[in-house]
Design a protein around this ligand. Structure first.
Ligand SMILES: Cc1cc2nc3c(=O)[nH]c(=O)nc-3n(C[C@H](O)[C@H](O)[C@H](O)COP(=O)(O)O)c2cc1C
Length: 351
């Protein structure tokens, strides 16, 4: 693999910017090994927390891929689902992950522990267990989309900057010496303020953004697809993530690492995330649709793009974000709107 792909998240140097995000494909050691074998620079292992309800919800998890017209489609491009959490004791799961992480470190890669927030005390305790197990990276997800649907208190979103700062300070104290990454929601609009709060409270990086919540009426059954509201993601989400990355980069500064997630389906998409300010990208749905081979495909596509343009991945980071202008800075385009209306609009008699 070429050095064009190299990136870094603060002190953590990585051979490439592709991370397999948390989710069911990496709910087992075999899945994590398969993701690394396929080329991922790292894996965020399936999340857990201290509440049994989150793990119980895994038994009622359901999934459907949807086409652009919102009808069920074999393998994508969009994914609607409700998920649950890993049904493991953290001590046992983290011991497994620490063994995988130590092996991954030999080729400059990593395996991270992840927690979906329920409450601060549980997060601090479990983060401490990850550190005690010898793990190097802890991802704290404070924005899981299922918070409003799960059993009360089982999954919590923290979208208030002051509340987030207090939480991150507490988890930071329990994870000294580790990389602490904070994953933010896709259901709030104050991501730059949240990213800033996480940075100032001691996070090493911020990941954005969680998927959206949706209701997809099914025209066959006339009922909601999957029977509930559910988390929804697809390639259409990528440009929205890019805008929040760019806005957050402006808030936290170019030196603070941001990671992008939500909607990456190709190597070109990973380049788009970087241009918007991401130092790496987390992907998952594409692995559920195509298998772990999708990771190798994405890396090959990214490498081909970089070679074609004689660019390096690190050289892409933030370029489009920093080239943005405000609407007020633009010259007049004298009536360009006329090219985007039906001809009747421009008939002479119209006023
Ligand atoms: C079925 C499923 C389960 C997921 N489980 C978790 C999880 O346990 N913890 C977490 O932080 N994110 C979880 N995610 C979010 C993914 O890690 C990823 O950030 C998100 O799906 C957006 O990227 P994608 O478009 O590549 O799927 C899950 C996503 C899906 C689809």
């Amino acid at each position: 693999m070429s050095s064009r792909l190299a990136t870094r998240i603060g002190a953590l140097a990585l051979p490439n910017p592709l991370i397999c995000g948390a989710g069911e494909p990496v709910l087992t050691a075999a899945g994590i090994r398969a993701a690394l074998h396929a080329g991922a620079a790292g894996v965020i292992a399936k999340s857990l927390n201290e509440r049994p309800e989150g793990a119980a919800q895994l038994e009622a998890a359901d999934y459907t891929f949807l086409a652009q017209d919102h009808r069920p489609a074999g393998a994508g491009p969009s994914l609607l689902n409700r998920s649950g959490l890993a049904p493991y004791a953290p001590e046992a799961w983290f011991a497994t992950l620490a063994g995988l992480d130590a092996a991954a470190a030999r080729s400059g890669r990593f395996v991270a522990a992840s927690l979906v927030l329920a409450a601060e005390a549980g997060a601090v305790r479990i983060a401490g267990l990850a550190r005690a197990a010898g793990l190097r990276v802890f991802e704290l997800n404070v924005g899981a989309p299922h918070a409003g649907e799960a059993a009360a208190g089982a999954i919590t979103q923290q979208n208030d900057p002051a509340g987030l700062a207090a939480l991150v300070r507490a988890v930071r104290a329990a994870t000294q010496g580790m990389q602490l990454w904070v994953k933010l929601t896709g259901l709030a609009t104050n991501l730059p303020a949240l990213a800033l709060a996480a940075r100032d409270a001691g996070a090493d990086a911020v990941v954005m953004m969680g998927r959206f919540m949706a209701l997809v009426p099914d025209l066959e059954t006339l009922a909601p697809a999957l029977g509930t509201n559910a988390a929804y993601g697809g390639p259409w989400a990528l440009p929205i993530v890019c805008r929040f990355l760019a806005e957050s980069r402006r808030a936290v500064g170019a030196d603070f690492p941001l990671l992008g997630t939500n909607g990456v389906r190709s190597g070109e998409d990973l380049a788009r995330l970087a241009l918007a300010g991401a130092s790496a990208g987390e992907v998952l749905s594409v692995v559920m649709a195509e298998g772990f081979g999708a990771l190798g495909r994405i890396l090959a596509e990214l490498e081909a793009f970089l070679e074609r343009r004689d660019l390096s991945f690190a050289g892409l980071i933030g370029r489009a974000a920093d080239a943005r202008r405000g609407y007020g800075e633009l010259p007049a385009l004298s009536g360009r709107w006329r090219s985007f209306v039906p001809p009747e609009t421009l008939e002479r008699s119209a006023t």
